[in-house]
Design a binder for this molecule. Sequence first.
Ligand SMILES: [Zn+2]
Ligand SMILES: [Zn+2]
Ligand SMILES: [Zn+2]
Length: 203
Amino acid sequence: MSPEFKERSVCGYCGEYKRCARLILAKPACELCRLRFSRAPKTCPGCGEVKVLAFYDSDGRPACAACTGAKPVYGCATCGREDSPFGRTCGPCVLSERATALLADATGQVRPELLPVFEALMAARRPRTVLYWFHRSSGPAILRAMAKGEIEISHGVFDRLPQDKASVFVHELLATVGVLSPFNSRLEQVTPWPKNHVMGPRE
Ligand SMILES: [Zn+2]
Ligand SMILES: [Zn+2]
Ligand SMILES: [Zn+2]
């Protein structure tokens, strides 16, 4: 961040007179425009990876920091990837952290029996969908209780839980990933979260 851009100036993207702390493609960018830009990564013409193309390369093409020798200010603070921004880190890093916390036993690591669930969550096409599910469903609490050993990991335990969409979904998830044996579920009628969101390859 060069000192001259700490001042207010006309944002080269929205045209408003604001504090513009960063140059994007050689134009001052305000915080909002910077955020918008960092959330729209594209395929870099230099390395072919999906990156934030905020710099010009020697051919005058928008390219990533790595290909232009610029500071990698758009990378995830944990893993460096730029294709799935989620605050200071990326979607997969946030998901990995929260899924580990959800499925951890007393050691702080994912309970071994639940590793296939962790892998299925991590394989979700959209990490944000899973993160949303963590907050909006009562299903994750069932997984948490299983991870802590408060309830057993079995078909029988679901007979004693409320028969709502969330518990049917978790029951089906455990069978789909092989933690429990297959069973005839009612998922087709009640799924709150289409199966391909859990099991499909990431986009
Ligand atoms: Zn702006
Ligand atoms: Zn590149
Ligand atoms: Zn990351």
